[in-house]
Design a protein around this ligand. Sequence first.
Ligand code: WT7
Length: 570
Amino acid sequence: MKVQHYKATDQNPNLNDYDKVYENFNWDEIEKNFSWSETNKFNMAYECIDKHVEDGYGDKTAFIYKNDDEKSTYTFKDMQIASNKAANVLKNEAGVEKGDRVFIFMARSPELYFSLLGTLKLGAIVGPLFEAFMEKAVKDRMENSDAKVIITTPELVGRIPVDDLPNLEKVVVVGETDNNDQVDFNAAFDKASEDFDIEWLDKEDGMILHYTSGSTGQPKGVLHVQYAMVQQYITGKYVLDLKEDDVYWCTADPGWVTGTSYGIFAPWLNRATNVVVGGRFSPESWYGAIDELNITIWYSAPTALRMLMGAGDEVLKQYDLSSLRHILSVGEPLNPEVVKWGMDVFNLRIHDTWWMTETGAHMITNFPAMDIKAGSMGKPVPGVEAAIIDDSGNELPANRMGNLALKSGWPAMMREVWKNKPKYDSYFVGEWYVSGDSAYKDEDGYYWFQGRVDDVIMTAGERVGPFEIESKLVEHPAVQEAGVIGKPDPVRGEIVKAFIALREEYDESGELKEEIRVFVKEGLAAHAAPREIEFKDKLPKTRSGKIMRRVLKAWELNLDAGDLSSMDDD
Ligand code: WT7
């Protein structure tokens, strides 16, 4: 198939000469943009907000929150005050101290952002939780990290299993609460002082803990430290192309890493106006937000872009989207058709970016000033060394498919898998961090994504671990055993498909499928619920009893299942 090339525009001088910038790049130089390079006093929230107020930008718009007809706008000064108040609430009412794990479990709202910044100002570690999580998902994550405080809303508070979490000291509720054990955030916020002494931290102190799924085991807590900000700042400048006058919109929820690294940190480190749109996706509300707020930079995901593409031109024509000047995508492969659609309807290129929860920031991207080969993820960002390696860590030549790997040591790299050193260590082969993705690099140094090496499922840009879903499925009384795979889907990338062997007393039926689906949806999370269920008499297993998802996938795709020597076929 012929690869479509899209020429760079010269709108952006950053990285115009990629090779030269890449070669001369040095993190020490980037550090000089921060006063901590001299004082050694770190605090992410300070760098995002207070610093800009001190530099005379207090009146500049920092944050626009929009949800249906509601819209609120905050300057950097407003954000400084609101985050100070939130910090005081958490300190005085919930006893939060440096290093504590504080979870935030709520739908996007201004208070989510105030309290996240407030938590950081206290030097505590933030654990964002996606609002769709149900009780078990919430419990596993909070239990693993011994969370001390959780901030939530009246709609979600019932999903926090307080009795099963002995280390949880306070539940802070943003909204009505008549429970005297809980902190009424709004009441305390109204009374809180506007001043707060920021807790200064060290470069390597923990900052944020994102739980993410692997193919085996419980979700793992990926810890990022203060120093990550160097890379989040510079990729914000080079890749997102953030400039001071930009109105930037990242569509991701802070429950996922894109929604923090690039929905909070990168834009505010670069002093841009950051837009958050609450509520559900619809073509009308998304195009409407761009039109109404005059968004200039838009960072989204292939699934959403494919849905917009599918919604057609009629809806598109009702909006003026001419404010847009730069579009990016992340999370799954960006199909060449989508890039082409972007050229047709916006007359702009859509820039694919590749990275992971564990990498904390962009790794391989298409820069504004670089020619795009549609379907390629682009090239490594300056300061990052990537390679395609074999399973022993040897670098492979151009055009050979292998493991996409990164040379350890970039600033935003995870520092720990919470309480799981073996898991952390398992990512590395020598000096290489092995991503779990397979890819190849072409003769021009562009990287091409090929797939996951493991069984991790990417559905609608969200990463779900088959193990977590399988564990939930077997809790259902009818389920004897379950194997879960990602099935390719034109809109969602993949959908969750479960193969289930029923206990003898149960009969296959459509109602039972639906009941099982709802069981996962209500017990774990809506996005983890299998969209398809297929009953089987028996699932393929290894002799040690491990379900062979690879065989399930081969069944699904009508492929040869490969080497079955480890399969138990009696
Ligand atoms: C996995 C990481 C931090 C980004 C959001 C997802 C897949 C990510 C791309 C891309 C193809 C991509 C990979 C990766 N992925 N970006 N541009 N093209 N695949 O973060 O939940 O940690 O998932 O998402 O498979 O390993 P995540």
